[in-house]
Design a protein around this ligand. Sequence first.
Ligand code: S3P
Length: 476
Amino acid sequence: MPWVLPNVKARGEKGVTAHFNPCIEFGEMTRMPPPIQPLISRKATGLKGRIKVPGDKSMSHRALMLGAIAIGETRIKGLLEAEDVVNTARAMTALGARTSRDEAGVWHVQGVGVAGLQSPDQPLDFGNSGTGVRLAMGLMATTPLIAHCIGDASLSRRPMGRVTKPLQDMGVRFEAAEGGRLPLTIYGAKHAVPITYTLPVASAQVKSAVLLAGLNAPGRTTVIEPVATRDHTERMLKAFGAKLGVMDMDGARHISVEGQHELVAQEIDIPGDPSSAAFPLVAALLSEGSDITIENIMLNPTRTGLLTTLLEMGAQIGIENPRTAGGEEVGDLRVRYSKLHGVRVPAARAPSMIDEYPILSVAAAFAEGTTRMEGLEELRVKESDRLAAVEAGLQINGVVTHSGPDWLEVSGGGAPGGGRVITHMDHRIAMAFLVMGLTSRIHVGIDDGSFIATSFPDFVGLMNGMGARIAALPPK
Ligand code: S3P
């Protein structure tokens, strides 16, 4: 039976059916932090198996959002059913769309049209998700609604000015906490102004927020992207029938959308998330005797920087069964234990592997020689300051590192381990160091694995199913 969302109802509805993990249920307006879950990871060799990782997070947020403003019913297969995305589904429901999940695991979204979103009657809680809140701010920006946006302690520390600034230029008003952060109230523009905006940071979230705002602005909204970032918004907008144009000019991408043009509901098939696949992939590369296949992974070229880097480091990774699904390149990854060597990872590659530096840093610790990663300034404003969190985690496990404001150098040769890593409410720090524990001499502990549920709820089960040894510890 599907679950019923008790606190979020679409207007005029008795109740809205949706499936979600009951452990992330929370009461009206109160945000309960999840119970702290310390974990420990011990040495394991010979990881084996054919596995599937959950659906891509970026595509999942976008599919729900575009479905919410399309005309008709969008059906989504392979949606990531993790906290970040469930929060987006709840937000779309609160804004007037209808979302449900059927017995076969397919999500159904009844859209309200590009101008159809309505003021929610309670705060929209985006939990830990920067993508969720920033894209939703764009989606709401050009409809005259009022919405209060909140998130957890990690999200409430993250910069929102990068999105509120261009949206203000489009006529949106915000009341935000100090530094323009969450909690914030958005007053959507009644008379929206289309803009041309050059991205000051390489951020797909900012690009997407402006393009989504453009969907209900009169005329043409253009984003100029000097450095290419993930292009799922553009691909999906095209699939939904948006009037979207992309042009390369003077070394930059110009992406334009004509506003006030209705979108048409779609059937979307979401492949596996390469950023989640990165963890079992590196685990298999590092752990002697391993040979695994990770099926159905999205291989959009704006997301494959980690694969490029690992291949340069000597990784044995094969792409099998290459195909297209959901408008994206997809393949199965065959991964075998490999002897890696250190490399220099250029700054230009950062946007295509921005979420993968924590796990790459763990791989680097076991490579021969030094790995230097450059262009990492954006890591400072992720779910945690990832540059600092990674470096601290490596050092406490006996790895020698050096760093600057936007670079990190990791000396390879192996990690003694034995440290307890502080994860700072960051799922990717948690998973990266659990992978480290599989290969380090002494086990590795993490202070809290509960945030893994934001992107990869069955991470521990899936890893242990291949032969890993990750276990819960009693909270301190
Ligand atoms: C995302 C874009 C990236 C990435 C995030 C997901 C997206 O953030 O780190 O996990 O879905 O658009 P930035 O665009 O801010 O770099």
